[in-house]
Design a protein around this ligand. Structure first.
Ligand code: DQA
Length: 147
């Protein structure tokens, strides 16, 4: 299989490695993206990645993926719990969509228990630390190859 996967990272994820390492681990975002890219390229996919602290940048990246990318993997950070605009944007994307989190939001503060994205993605992977990104790639690949 081939095609482009868009890997999106939301607010504060640029601080991974420094920010609450006891929750999010010691790896930087660059390390997570690099590992994801390696897995994808070994399977024949290319990866475009974007991290932004601005909701509108993420929405525009989703628009740009329409008709172009075969899948979107998104860790929207705290926008997961508040952004109906990102939910609406993702609903317009016709490819495979996977929500990913390093921590398990369901086991944390109540405000993290809601995901505005959960209803418009194929599925969510959360709570496995760095492994969440490996599992997200595996999910994308298997859904694409089954379709
Ligand atoms: C996160 C979980 C969110 O609740 C939080 O706001 C983040 C990171 C995760 O990967 O575990 O920024 O998306």
């Amino acid at each position: 299989m081939s095609g482009e996967i868009l890997l999106l990272s939301g607010p504060n994820l640029n601080l991974l490695g420094e920010r609450s390492p006891e929750i999010y681990g010691a790896s930087s975002l660059e390390e997570h993206v690099g590992r994801f890219r390696e897995l994808a390229s070994a399977a024949g996919y290319s990866v475009r990645d974007l991290q932004s602290n601005f909701e509108g940048d993420l929405i525009e990246a989703v628009h740009g993926a329409r008709g172009r990318s075969v899948a979107i993997v998104i860790n929207a950070g705290a926008l997961t719990h508040s952004s109906w605009a990102l939910c609406d944007a993702l609903a317009t994307f016709e490819g495979v969509k996977i929500e990913v989190h390093l921590s398990n939001p369901a086991a944390r503060e109540p405000f993290r228990h809601v995901s505005t994205l959960a209803g418009v993605v194929n599925g969510s992977i959360a709570g496995f630390g760095a492994l969440s990104y490996d599992l997200a790639f595996d999910a994308v690949r298997r859904v694409l190859e089954a379709s």
